[in-house]
Design a protein around this ligand. Structure first.
Ligand code: TRP
Length: 335
């Protein structure tokens, strides 16, 4: 039997999970669970590259874990773990640091953006962030890495580093490919529909969080930016706001863009925005109920973390041992 291909992805627990992370990432992850060997993590080590609050990081990491499960990621079928629980990530990152060029890291657009935004804290971790990400991916010999457009450059760097390493030492790493899902690849801000919906946005009205209350969700959709036209039609270039709302509505209802255009022919934007709000509330209702149930069960969450970390370590340790051997570290005989 041919072995299943492997997938690894992760989200930083730096803010609340958004409708964008659900539609653009987690929902797709759930669909991949059966056909691939999947590793999904809470990227807590990446979170500390910008200033953060420790108590909030702890809470959000566990919330994110409960949300992954509430969104349908089955911890039996997938290996779900907290990055910092698997020490191999930091260890491989160190080795890969020595095979990644200063110039390569200097060219990363995310580094340039983040150092402009955090001018008082351009730390070395922010600079080597992509190397830790390469370690995340390469430890599990991932074939595919589901990511948003903004992370594609990091996966490309991972490929370059892996190929460089393999070029010196033989076939150590699987060369991963970015995997950018077509549907809902990018859910945009409701206030600024040409930029990605993001929890760090300055205008909170542009972002729906998975745990938002129904009245807040309805209000955000009511205030969503549209255009001066009156027709509900999909046209990302000319009508980015309406197209984004159509994308969200399509995911919530399973309808196609043509069906939605027909449904709202002759109706105003007000009716359309209300329908999208209601559909989103209905999409999130069962998910929120499930979240509350799971989050209250701390013993269960601890078990999931422990089991996930154990499974992840099993795979990661194998890769790391191979890397240590290749670079010439003396093997540990007994622990
Ligand atoms: N850097 C990713 C983000 O900001 C999160 C992440 C960390 C990740 N490690 C990863 C994504 C490994 C995919 C694979 O969204």
């Amino acid at each position: 039997m041919e072995e299943k291909k492997s997938i690894l992805s992760g989200i930083k627990p730096s803010g609340e999970l958004t409708l964008g992370s659900y539609i653009g990432a987690i929902k797709n992850w759930v669909e991949l669970s059966d056909s691939y060997n999947c590793y999904y993590m809470m990227a807590d080590m990446h979170t500390i590259t910008v200033r953060h609050e420790p108590a909030a990081l702890r809470r959000r990491t566990l919330e994110q874990l409960a949300l992954y499960i509430a969104c349908g990621l089955d911890p039996q079928k997938n290996t779900i773990f907290i990055q910092s629980h698997v020490t191999e990530h930091a260890e491989l990152a160190w080795v890969l640091n020595c095979y990644t060029m200063f110039g390569e890291l200097s060219r990363m657009t995310q580094f340039k953006d983040k150092s402009a935004k955090n001018a008082d804290n351009i730390n070395a971790g922010l600079f080597t962030y992509p190397v830790l990400m390469a370690a995340d991916i390469l430890l599990y010999q991932a074939d595919l890495v589901p990511v948003g457009d903004d992370q594609k450059q990091h996966v490309e760097l991972t490929r370059d580093v892996a190929m460089r390493f393999n070029g010196i030492y033989g076939d150590v790493f699987t060369i991963p490919e970015p995997f950018i899902p077509k549907v809902g690849a990018r859910i945009m801000s409701l206030q600024n529909p040409t930029s990605k919906m993001s929890k760090s946005e300055s205008d909170p009205g542009g972002c729906i969080c998975l745990l938002d209350k129904p009245e807040d969700i309805m209000r955000a959709f009511k205030r969503a930016v549209t255009d001066s036209d009156t027709v509900v039609r999909h046209d990302v270039k000319e009508k980015p706001g309406i197209s984004n709302l159509m994308q969200i509505y399509a995911v919530c209802t399973g309808r196609t863009f043509e069906e939605i255009e027909r449904e709202f022919a002759g109706k105003g934007y007000g009716d359309f925005k209300k329908a999208v709000g209601e559909a989103t509330v209905e999409l999130l209702r069962p998910l929120q109920e499930e979240f509350r149930r799971i989050y209250a069960d701390k013993a269960y969450l601890e078990d999931v973390c422990a089991e996930g970390a154990q499974r992840a370590r099993h795979r990661a340790a194998k890769t790391l041992a191979k890397v240590y051997k290749k670079v010439g570290f003396v093997p540990k005989k007994r622990q």
